[in-house]
Design a protein around this ligand. Structure first.
Ligand SMILES: [Mn+2]
Length: 321
């Protein structure tokens, strides 16, 4: 595969597509919107933007969000000059959108997941960065691209949400320096925080309370796990995003070393989210073809919830808790 320069490649690309990952979060959406606008301002190209699943209500405030199209609205026969994946840790995170990536003349990956091994002509993957937003900021700054208030807001949102509101261990000096620059460019911390974290529905909060209530604890309360069945979410009239933040909630208990949320995708098929305080959960998730970061990772496992918890508990114990 030929390796190219990003700015030269954008210049020769007439049509560009940016793809975000399934169950979009603030990082993938903020980075996608910011990148679209940066490319537009700098090169007068209007990249298209794609989501694989519904955009959570919390991110509807971002400027340009209405220009994002769903995968189903795209013509499968289309071949793009450039396809850019933002915050996409692995190709299975973009489902059927993979065909657009495979066919692209120039493939670009911008990400911060250490497990990312997607082949591309341009790979900008920095596992030390808090978020794809942070990676993108550096890319833009290094190229001398112009920012504006909306770009600053989108990148700030990306960084804010991936650091859990500047709380997680990925919050470094540089993260805050970049955040500070973004505020200087017009990002409003209070307004963005309010939009991201204080727009929950009553049902959402009630659902999360219900889930926390039925959490199970193992190994002297060092492992906390919550199993969420589809029917639970339906009972509260919720959607995909109803489990957001749940895993951090049980991790916040003083005795918890590892928090696990098992979310039913289908009968005997669960999406696993793991958060830890010391244990390397990315290593555990990689056993099941998943990945992520040391203290925050995920995977998909077949089997009953009980068996899965048993397997994961065994793996956690191997790391010495
Ligand atoms: Mn991210």
């Amino acid at each position: 595969m030929e390796f190219l320069k990003l700015d030269d490649s954008i210049k020769i690309s007439k049509n560009i597509l940016i793809i975000s990952h399934v169950n979009p979060d603030g990082d993938t959406l903020g980075s996608m919107l910011a990148l679209k606008e940066l490319i537009y301002k700098q090169y007068k190209r209007k990249p298209e933007m794609m989501v694989i699943s519904k955009i959570p209500k919390a991110y509807q405030f971002l400027k340009g969000v209405n220009d994002i199209k769903h995968l189903s609205q795209f013509d499968n026969s289309m071949i793009y000059d450039m396809v850019i994946l933002v915050d996409v840790a692995a190709l299975d995170r973009i489902f059927d959108a993979k065909i657009f990536y495979d066919k692209a003349k120039i493939k670009v990956v911008i990400d911060h997941h250490k497990t990312n091994d997607i082949k591309a002509n341009i790979r900008i993957v920095e596992s030390s960065a808090s978020s794809t937003g942070e990676v993108l900021f550096k890319v833009a700054e290094n190229h001398g691209w112009q920012f504006d208030e909306n770009i600053a807001e989108a990148i700030y949102t990306a960084i804010l949400t991936d650091t859990g509101g500047f709380r997680f261990d990925n919050t470094k000096e540089l993260t805050l320096k970049i955040a500070s620059k973004l505020v200087g460019m017009g990002a409003n911390p209070q307004l963005i925080y309010k939009n991201c974290y204080e727009q929950k529905s009553k049902n959402f909060v009630m659902f999360q309370a219900y889930c926390v209530n039925k959490a199970e604890y193992f190994n002297n309360n060092k492992i906390a796990s919550i199993t969420v069945y589809k029917k639970d979410i339906e009972k509260f009239g919720g959607g995909e995003d109803f489990t957001e933040g749940l895993v951090e909630m049980v991790r916040s208990i003083e005795t918890t070393e590892v928090a696990i949320v098992l979310k039913e995708i289908d009968k005997n098929l669960f999406k696993i989210s793991m958060r830890s305080k010391n244990i390397d959960v990315a290593e555990i998730c990689s056993i099941y073809n998943g990945g992520g970061h040391k203290y925050a990772a995920g995977c998909v496992i077949k089997g009953s919830a009980k068996d899965i918890i048993k397997k994961l508990t065994n793996e956690i114990q191997k790391q010495g808790i």
